[in-house]
Design a binder for this molecule. Structure first.
Ligand SMILES: Cc1ncc(C[n+]2csc(CCOP(=O)(O)OP(=O)(O)O)c2C)c(N)n1
Ligand SMILES: [Mg+2]
Length: 601
């Protein structure tokens, strides 16, 4: 490498150093020149997307799977604003993203020039930068060459340590100025800061509470993954030997093949048998807890502070006493060192009831209950599955995963369309991992479960999948519109209908090399069984599209349950409108059905 390199190249080298090797985005005249430096950076590739929102979602999917920041490039104003909803999702869900915005030159900005994409006669070019302030953890607003490399390093560190979006605003002229290449020799410090004393106190308090408890249980949640503590979480689960439950967002973080795994705990909307098991607990340890309505059975999972240990990304709370300035990952490491080698509690394995028989078992046409009870025969170790907001995610919670299956969904932020574009990014990351020497060698496919309404928002990214020779398997539930919304309000209103779509035209539109053999329409249970065994679905060599046709009032039971726990009025509505209730009473316990509902206040 030359002694002096452009600032643009410096930025890409730094991004590459932290493990991000694919760049998403859309070109524009304020980023074009520094896009060229991507090709000068060995190991870094330009991927590109069909629009900026998709780029943000794709970078998000990439980051989730690769466990390093995802990166997208957009252009001043028009590009960066289009990406903003995707960035907000990454902020909400703690996904590390570096958003590089190519800005107008410094002279254009100082002179308030009426450059295209601006607003008004004396435009403020920083307007769009200001719009994203609440939706990021840090920003490098580059202006001065002297401080620019340090600023880039600072925000990259913030991105990793806080696990969320950061921005680099790069005026086009500055990107071509030269900086010292030696600066790259000092790696960016990515370790979180921890107050060792407070950490030691927290470890003592946790160990003591555990030793005193007779029946502790673990609740594994999603922020363990977001803050790169999956391995520590798995080790702790094994070491404690106590029953393990997952939130729906935390599903799959601890292998569901673990002996002590007891299922998805979503309050009243839990998997069968789970509530009886968790009632036995006198201590609950939550790891990486994210108690949003959509991750807690509509707030029906109640935890009592006096019997809870919360281990969160930057703090721990033991029976109400808080220990701050702690990093979850290092806390778990030090807890593992402090705990006895063998489990201290002899608790028997959680009892999982036999699967229930749905009341639509005799129907020949495809039903939601059939999809979610049978899809596990298709899944295998190493698969990455992505689920979309709607009936699909609520169905996925029913699947008992094989080991080493990663499940990703935007359950808290819930912006529909996320899943298809995120799947593209996830697959790019997945293929990078499969070719890296340190990764497990499971064959691992990238599989999407989405709805017809959601797919419509980002359907163009199927084109990116085809262009980049992705091998994703896309299952789309065709139920004539927004079934999840129909279940909340307006079951038969036209605002919940969507444009009827001929999915068979989708792959040819994007010049798929083998569209006829790669599009599969399923209307019956028998066809569903057959499709799951087709060689191109089992071992896909190019994008596969599977259209699952179900009735529009058919739904996953758990979505019905989550709404039914709201109270009598919601239950009456679901019944009168005729939504399919495959297990009766939405699979809810007597207690939940008799209850007065979950308060949203
Ligand atoms: C960007 C965005 N717009 C609107 C919504 C509101 N919304 C939530 S789910 C949904 C419908 C999803 O429909 P579909 O994907 O077909 O799922 P299903 O029919 O299986 O429920 C809508 C419109 C949202 N969450 N995000
Ligand atoms: Mg739908």
């Amino acid at each position: 490498m030359a002694d002096r390199i452009t600032l643009g190249r410096y930025m890409w080298e730094r991004i590459h150093q932290i493990g991000c090797t694919s760049i998403f985005g859309v070109p524009g005249d304020f980023n074009l020149q520094f896009l060229d430096s991507i090709f000068l950076t060995p190991g870094l590739s330009w991927v590109g997307n069909q629009n900026e929102l998709n780029a943000a979602y794709a970078a998000d999917g990439y980051a989730r799977v690769k466990g390093v920041p995802g990166c997208l490039v957009t252009t001043h104003g028009v590009g960066e604003l289009s990406a903003l909803n995707g960035i907000a999702g990454s902020m909400s869900e703690h996904i590390p993203i570096i958003h590089v915005v190519g800005q107008t030159t410094r002279a254009m900005q100082s002179n308030h020039m009426m450059i295209h994409h601006s607003i008004g006669q004396k435009p403020d070019h920083q307007l769009y930068n200001k719009a994203s302030v609440p939706l990021r953890f840090a920003a490098a607003e580059l202006w001065d060459l002297e401080t620019a490399p340090g600023e880039i390093d600072r925000v990259i560190r913030e991105c990793v340590v806080k696990s969320g979006p950061v921005y680099i605003f790069l005026p086009l002229d500055l990107s071509a100025e030269m900086v010292d290449a030696k600066l790259l020799d000092t790696p960016i410090d990515l370790k979180p800061t921890t107050d060792e004393k407070k950490q030691a106190e927290a470890v003592d308090a946790i160990s003591k509470a555990l030793a005193e408890a007779k029946h502790p249980i673990l609740l594994v949640d999603v922020l363990t993954r977001r803050f790169r503590a999956v391995e520590e979480t798995r080790q702790l689960a094994r070491r404690l030997g106590v029953p393990i439950f997952a939130s729906n967002m935390g599903k799959g973080i601890v292998d569901e093949t673990e002996e002590m795994y007891g299922g998805v705990w979503m309050g009243q909307v839990s998997s069968p048998g789970v509530l009886d098991e968790v009632k036995k607990a006198d201590l609950v340890i939550t790891l990486g807890y994210l108690p949003a309505d959509t991750n807690s059975g509509g707030f029906s999972r109640k935890l009592d502070e006096a019997t809870t240990i919360r281990i969160d990304p930057h703090e721990a709370t033991v029976k109400g006493k808080n220990y701050s300035e702690i990093a979850m990952k290092t806390l778990l490491d030090s807890l593992l060192e402090a705990l006895p080698e063998k489990p201290q509690h002899a608790i028997s394995k959680p009892h999982l009831p036999a699967p229930r028989v749905p009341n639509d078992n005799d129907k020949t046409n495809l039903t939601q209950s059939y999809i979610w009870s049978n899809i596990s025969t298709y899944l295998s170790a190493g698969d990455i599955i992505l689920g979309e907001t709607g009936t699909s995610n609520f169905g996925i919670y029913d699947i008992l995963f094989p080991s080493h299956l990663q499940y990703e969904a935007q359950i808290y932020y819930g912006s529909i369309g996320w899943a298809a574009a995120a799947t593209f990014g996830a697959d790019v990351a997945h293929r990078e991992l499969l070719t890296s020497s340190s990764h497990r060698k499971d064959k691992g496919r990238t599989v999407l479960f989405t709805g017809d309404g959601s797919l419509a928002l980002t359907i163009q990214e199927i084109g990116s999948m085809v262009k980049h020779k992705s091998t994703c398997v896309v299952f789309v539930i065709n139920n004539e519109g927004y079934t999840v919304e129909r279940m909340i309000w307006g079951a038969r209103q036209i605002y919940n209908d969507i444009v009827p779509t001929s999915y068979k035209h989708l792959l040819p539109l994007y010049n798929h090399p083998d569209p006829t053999n790669s599009y599969h329409r399923v209307t019956t249970k028998a066809e569903f069984d057959q499709v799951l065994k087709k060689p191109q679905i089992v071992n896909p060599e190019n994008v596969q599209l599977v259209e699952l046709v179900v009735e529009k009032l058919d739904t996953s039971w758990r979505l019905g349950a989550q709404l039914a726990v709201r109270g009598e009025e919601a239950r009456k509505y679901l019944k009168e409108e005729g939504f399919h209730d495959a297990y009766g009473n939405w699979g809810l316990s007597e207690e939940a059905m008799g209850g007065t509902g979950v308060s949203w206040k």
